[in-house]
Design a protein around this ligand. Structure first.
Ligand code: ADP
Ligand code: MG
Ligand code: MG
Length: 902
């Protein structure tokens, strides 16, 4: 090898030196070019300049010592191997200069082809190609165009216009009709455009072209679009990009040449087969640029059978080698196939499952690997209802899918209008340039949110995700005109009241109402589609991988469910119990009046009477849930919210009272309520009279609930059922609180279970930091802990979710203070530390203490991995997230065994 190392670092690797595992150093493209080279596949020779060289260049603004010499040496080796010199006027070697970071990134400089051409080597190239002048000048004009645009920031449209003009003058629409003279003239025009924008002539020195192109690739790492993309995708900013210098092969040498792209399976559905596009007599970019219509790859079989067969054989080989779907780029030069790129291909969520299962069948991977290759976010995507798309249906624009779902509604342009229409039972889509905290009511009222600016961490995206609301943001093709209540896109105008459909997964926006379909995967979870009889490969794949996740996971999965129906659904989705049954909804609706009586009770007797009426209602609520979850634990949380939340608002009551007075009507009850509301007003209700504190100050309240729970359990047990009630006391901060509640509860349990024994556990939520910090003491009085990570997060950070998500989270995300909202994924360092401490000290004090989590973190993939690592017994989440939690709990076992989780 001619590589000479003047610095102690090696900055340049020949394609023969690298391999696919060197992505950090060689970027994805370079690592895979090396891999293919070493597999013996036909890759044009070349070399890769490392990401470390890029990092050094960006840090100092100059090439690091030794890099120039290494490049020269590698170029020399390449020239020797090819028997040509770069840009040699008689017989030029040409190269492409291609960027390639570890992760593929739009926004970076891509590729300059045909580097080495100039006014004299263009003639040499023509001679080399057997007198094909057309080909040579076509290659030259492409060089000036790509070099101008990507290296020197010349506006690309100028070149495109000139090309269009040239075709028009010739009376054609196809570039193939342009002959050598036309293209020579076009080169002249291109050079003028180049001079106009750069103030200099197009560089004629091949080595200068190469140097400038390499520097431009380095610099493109910090291009604005690349920086934005990295921020959105949370790709570290300091990786840098590699640069690949690859000898040129030519797909534009005539009808027996061409270029194409292919996938080894369908990246949309995962189906096996040949998927790709081919374009004869063309160079790389043409396929994707859509300048001419490509043909399906299968037609290559008719054009060039041997090359086609070789390509299929290589694709099969690559799949077997990478054990995954690959996408590839290739060129055919005068009948000979050349491989120019491969990588493990991106795919849709559905394809991820289907392909993983197929590869297991093909013996290429095992089920653990299949489980590792899918994730909960993909599963969640598959569970959202979807648009029923047809071929005719084309999106009018697209943006960033920021919060998934399929939303249809009338377009509105401000928050107030959204609220008005939503109150009139209209479905609305709130369209803004960007949203602000003031837009919150409208965002709540809307079915979906659409913005023309901002990325995945913008206010709109963050708030929408927090609310579980569909959101497409950053659809920059939309020109949103709020004062005139319309937006335009591509000359089309959409006015307030027009209907649009937005897809929060794909980011696509459709004019009009697109019908929505329930997801097949949900129907499978619901038990409506039997996987054994299904011919839907997705259902079969999901079933297999879910079954494996269940077999692998250590964490139990429960659901948060407040009704028998919710509990039954959760069970169908695979829940192994209820981790959180909130009792407060049982105080709403037509029971409000009873609750008001309870609150207004002037005497103990009045209060007891109201509670006595609530008792049978609660009992039947609980019995329903115990029956739905028969044989599985059900954790019932005693009443948690401040009682004034059950009363009408102060404003509403004040108006009622005033109106009644005006009309001379009797308003005694409203007046009573009004004064109760005034009396009970709290500055910080979240930190006020709620949870266990209610139980300790309102005599009989918790006792009634405990009695209802135990009586319901006894009733079920008597009927032959197997209820497993767990009574959970919320908001405990000191063991004495729990002990007091416990003493009273134990008396009631003993009393109610005298004839029919039922085991009842008593435990507590750990959601106040003090409880976590005194978990050893609290465990003395608790048979289980359930971490209420929502409150724990609020209290650990000292902010209330309702107040902060709309107010400043977007800014914190932008600034990187949060990587992700701590309500979405558990803050492992802070809140997670409290969980860890409580788990350890709780178990030390009471071996076998049952530990779980309730709150939405229980259904969040990253958080599930964290809870697994802390050693909790189960997570509990909303019924709909149960499958996600099952899957991630299985994956957590794999990642703690060594492989990384995402
Ligand atoms: P991207 O990252 O955008 O895919 P590439 O570096 O892969 O950019 O280049 C785009 C296309 O340019 C390739 O698919 C290929 O068709 C063409 N190309 C790149 N290098 C060469 C080469 N050495 N010879 C022929 N075509 C090339
Ligand atoms: Mg490519
Ligand atoms: Mg709570």
């Amino acid at each position: 090898m001619a590589s000479q190392q003047t610095a102690d670092r090696k900055y340049v690797y020949d394609f023969t030196e690298g391999n696919k595992d060197l992505k950090d150093l060689l970027g994805g493209k370079g690592a895979n070019l090396a891999e293919m080279t070493n597999l013996g596949l036909p890759v044009p020779p070349g070399f890769t300049i490392t990401t470390e060289a890029c990092q050094a260049y960006l840090a100092t603004g100059a090439r690091p010592a030794g890099l120039a010499e290494e490049i020269t040496a590698h170029l020399g080796t390449l020239e020797e191997a090819m028997g040509r010199r770069l840009g040699d006027p008689a017989d030029p070697l040409l190269v492409s200069v291609r960027s390639g970071a570890k992760f593929s990134m739009p926004g970076m400089m891509e590729t300059v082809l045909n580097v080495g051409l100039n006014d004299s080597s263009v003639e040499g190239l023509a001679r080399q190609a057997g007198g094909n002048h057309r080909f040579a000048w076509d290659s030259y004009r492409r060089l000036i165009q790509m070099f101008g645009k990507t290296v020197c920031d010349v506006p690309g449209e100028e070149f495109e216009h000139a090309l269009e003009e040239c075709k028009r003058a010739k009376g054609t629409t196809s570039d193939l009709d342009l002959d050598a003279d036309d293209l020579r003239a076009l080169v002249g025009t291109y050079k003028k455009i180049f001079v106009k924008h750069t103030g200099r002539e197009f560089p004629q020195q091949p080595l200068e072209q190469l140097e400038l192109a390499i520097n431009a690739v380095f610099e493109s790492w910090n291009a604005e679009r690349a920086v934005l993309y990295r921020r959105q995708e949370r790709i570290p900013a300091d990786l840098g990009t590699a640069v690949n210098v690859c000898s040129m092969v030519f797909g534009n040498l005539g009808p027996d040449s061409g270029t194409g792209v292919a996938f080894t399976r369908d990246p949309a559905s995962g189906a096996q087969g040949i998927y790709g596009d081919y374009l004869a007599n063309a160079q790389g970019e043409d396929v994707v640029a859509g300048i001419r219509n490509t043909v399906p790859l299968q037609q290559l079989a008719e054009l060039n059978k041997p090359a086609y067969d070789e390509l299929l054989a290589i694709m099969a080989r690559l799949e077997e080698h990478y054990r995954d779907l690959c996408d590839i780029e290739f060129t055919i030069e005068r009948g000979k196939l050349w491989m120019l790129q491969t990588r493990v291909g991106k795919r849709t969520a559905a394809a991820a499952f289907v392909i993983a299962a197929q590869l297991v069948d093909e013996g290429l991977i095992d089920l653990d690997e299949a489980l590792h290759r899918v994730n909960g976010d993909q599963l969640a995507q598959l569970m959202f209802p979807r648009f029923r798309l047809t071929d005719e249906l084309k999106p009018m624009a697209s943006g960033i899918g920021a919060s998934p779902g399929a939303a249809v509604g009338k377009v509105v342009f401000d928050s107030q209008r959204a609220v008005e229409l939503a109150n009139a039972r209209d479905a609305v889509i709130l369209v803004r340039r960007e949203t602000h905290p003031d837009d919150l009511p409208g965002m709540v009222a809307a079915r979906g949110i659409l913005t023309s600016r901002g990325g995945k961490t913008s206010h709109a995206a963050v708030v929408a995700r927090g609310m579980g609301k569909t959101c497409v943001c950053g659809a920059d093709a939309l020109d949103v005109n709020v004062p005139e209540r319309r937006f335009t896109v591509d000359g089309q105008t959409v006015n307030e009241g027009d209907v649009v459909s937005i897809d929060g997964t794909t980011g696509r926006i459709y004019l009009g109402e697109v019908p929505v379909w329930p997801s097949e995967v949900v129907r499978y979870f619901e038990g409506e589609l039997a996987p054994e009889h299904s011919d839907d490969p997705l259902v079969v794949a999901v079933h297999r991988i879910m079954s494996h996740a269940d077999a692998r996971r250590r964490l139990g999965i429960r659901a948060n469910a407040d009704t028998g129906a919710d509990a039954a659904r959760a069970r169908r989705f695979g829940a192994e119990g209820v981790g959180l049954c909130r009792t407060e909804h049982m105080f709403l609706g037509d029971r409000r009046e009873l609750v008001e009586r309870l609150i207004l009770a002037a005497t103990d007797a009045d209060r007891q009477a109201a509670l006595a009426e609530l008792l049978p209602l609660q009992r039947s609520d609980f019995a329903e849930i115990f029956r739905a979850m028969d044989g599985q634990p059900v954790t019932v949380r005693l009443i948690d919210p401040p009682l004034h939340e059950f009363l009408p608002s102060l404003e509403e009551l004040a108006v009622h009272v005033a109106v009644a007075h005006e009309r001379g009507e009797d308003a005694a009850r409203d007046e009573q309520l009004l004064s109760a509301v005034r009396r009970m007003h709290e500055q910080n209700p979240m930190l006020g009279l709620r949870g266990v504190r209610l139980g300790l100050v309102i005599p009989g309240l918790f006792a009634m609930q405990v009695r209802a729970i135990v009586e319901a359990a006894v009733e079920c047990a008597k009927a032959g059922g197997d209820p497993k009630p767990e009574i959970m006391v919320p908001l405990v901060g000191a063991v004495q609180e729990l002990e007091t509640v416990r003493a009273e509860a134990e008396k009631i349990i003993a009393d109610v279970t005298r004839e029919q024994s039922v085991e009842v556990l008593i435990g507590t939520m750990i959601e106040v930091p003090r409880a976590a910090l005194t978990a050893g003491q609290i465990a003395e009085a608790a048979e289980f802990f359930s971490f209420g990570t929502n409150d724990l997060t609020q209290m650990a950070w000292g902010f209330s979710r309702d107040d902060v998500e709309g107010a400043f989270f977007w800014r914190y995300l932008e600034l990187g203070i949060f990587g992700i909202s701590p309500f979405e994924s558990i803050d492992a360092d802070g809140v997670g530390r409290l969980v860890r401490i409580a788990a350890e000290e709780g178990r030390a004090a009471r071996p076998g203490l049952k530990l779980g989590v309730c709150g939405e973190h229980g259904g969040d993939p990253e958080s599930v991995h964290f809870f697994h690592s802390v050693g909790l017994d189960y997570v509990s989440c909303s019924p709909f997230r149960v499958p996600v939690a099952r899957l991630e709990a299985g994956r957590a076992v794999l990642s703690s065994a060594g492989s990384d989780s995402r």
